[in-house]
Design a protein around this ligand. Structure first.
Ligand SMILES: Nc1nc2c(ncn2[C@@H]2O[C@H](COP(=O)(O)OP(=O)(O)OP(=O)(O)O)[C@@H](O)[C@H]2O)c(=O)[nH]1
Length: 299
C-alpha cells in the first residue's frame, strides 16, 4: 500500500498538477471510498476542481452497507453531483461509467449537437486519495494493465489517453489527492479501512474505535463473527470496549506469555476482518449522521 507523508509543499504541488490537467479534460471523475465517502474526500476538492463537471464514483461498494450507499447517492444528487456505486474488483457498476460520464456532460453535448458538431469522446481525469482504487479502476476501464501505482504525487509516466469504453478517454496518470486530516476521527476511519498505513496510528487505538463503532452500528455482525454473547452499550466506560477486544483476542488465540491477551494481535484480527469484509458490509459514515462513527463515539 502506498503511504504518502503529506506536507504543505506536497499538497500545493498535487493541487497544481491536477489543475494543469484540468485544461486537457472535460470531466473530473472523483473516486471516493463508499464506506467513508466524506472522510475519503479531499477537503479542498471544490477549489481544486474549480467548475469542472464532475462524476463521483463510490468505489469498494462491495464492502459498504448497500442501504447507506443509497443514502450517499441521494446526498450527492442533492448537491447536484451524480454518484455511482462501483466495485472495481468484480467490475460491478464499471460498465455504466462511460454512459454516466456522458450524462454528466449532457448540456455541453446537446449544445454541440444543436450546432451540428459531432461531439468527440469525453476526456476525463480520475482523482482520489491513496488506496481508493484509482489504478484498479483505470485498468478495469482500459481492459488491460496500464496504471502503475505511484506513491508520490507527481510521479507521472508521460501523458497518454486511454480508451475506456464507450466514448470515454482517460488520462493514464490519476490525480492523487490528500485526505482530510483535521479531524482525528477521520484518521481512525481511514486507518480502520486500511487507507492509512498501520505504522501511523496505533493499531490498538484504531481497533478500539472500530469496536466502539461496530457495537453502536453493527452489533449483530460483531456478535455473529466472534460468537459474543453480550455487548456493552455505546455509552459504556472505555474499559468495557477493551474487554470486548480481549474477548475477541481470547477466542482467536491471541495470547502472550502468562496467558494474557496480546491486544495488538487481537486488534489486527479485528481490523483484518473489517477490511476484508468478514464482518459483513459496513459503512463507517452516513449522510444522515454526517459524522456517523464520530457521533457514536462522543462521550
Ligand atoms: N474490495 C474491493 N477492493 C478494491 C476495489 N477497488 C480497489 N480495491 C483494492 O484496493 C487496493 C488499492 O487499489 P489501487 O488501485 O492500488 O488504489 P490507488 O488509488 O491507485 O492507490 P495509490 O497508488 O496508493 O494512489 C487494492 O488492494 C485493490 O485491489 C473494490 O472496488 N473493492
Amino acid at each position: 500500500m502506498a503511504t504518502i507523508q503529506w506536507f504543505p509543499g506536497h499538497m500545493t504541488r498535487a493541487k497544481r498538477q491536477i489543475q494543469e490537467k484540468l485544461k486537457l479534460i472535460d470531466l473530473a471523475i472523483e473516486l471516493l471510498d463508499a464506506r467513508v465517502p466524506l472522510s475519503s474526500r479531499n477537503p479542498m476538492i471544490d477549489e481544486i476542481l474549480m467548475n469542472k463537471p464532475r462524476l463521483v464514483l463510490l468505489n469498494k461498494a462491495d464492502l459498504a452497507d448497500p442501504s447507506v450507499t443509497r443514502e450517499w447517492v441521494q446526498y450527492f444528487a442533492g448537491i447536484g453531483i451524480e454518484a455511482l456505486p462501483i466495485d472495481c474488483v468484480s467490475g460491478e457498476g464499471v460498465r455504466a461509467i462511460p454512459e454516466r460520464a456522458k450524462h454528466a456532460l449532457k448540456d455541453k453535448i446537446e449544445k454541440q449537437l444543436s450546432k451540428g458538431m459531432n461531439p468527440r469522446a469525453v476526456r476525463a481525469l480520475i482523482v482520489g486519495i491513496p488506496n481508493v482504487g484509482k489504478s484498479t479502476l483505470i485498468n478495469r476501464l482500459a481492459g488491460k494493465h496500464i496504471a502503475a501505482t505511484g506513491d508520490k504525487p507527481g510521479v507521472t509516466k508521460g501523458q497518454q489517453w486511454i480508451k475506456a469504453g464507450g466514448d470515454l478517454e482517460l488520462l493514464d496518470t490519476p490525480g492523487i489527492l490528500w485526505p482530510k486530516f483535521e479531524d482525528q476521527q477521520v484518521g481512525y476511519k481511514l486507518a480502520a479501512i486500511g487507507s492509512i498505513s498501520d505504522q501511523i496510528l496505533q493499531v490498538e487505538d484504531v481497533a478500539y474505535h472500530a469496536i466502539r463503532f461496530l457495537i453502536a452500528g453493527y452489533p449483530g455482525e460483531l456478535q455473529q463473527r466472534y460468537e459474543l454473547d453480550e455487548l456493552p452499550s455505546g455509552q459504556s466506560e472505555p474499559n468495557a470496549f477493551v474487554d470486548v477486544m480481549e474477548r475477541i483476542g481470547r477466542k482467536r488465540g491471541c495470547l502472550q506469555s502468562g496467558g494474557t491477551i496480546n491486544l495488538e494481535k487481537a486488534s489486527m484480527v479485528i481490523l483484518r476482518d473489517l477490511r476484508g469484509g468478514k464482518l459483513g458490509r459496513i459503512s463507517l459514515e452516513s449522510p444522515n449522521q454526517m459524522q456517523y462513527m464520530t457521533s457514536t463515539l462522543d462521550g
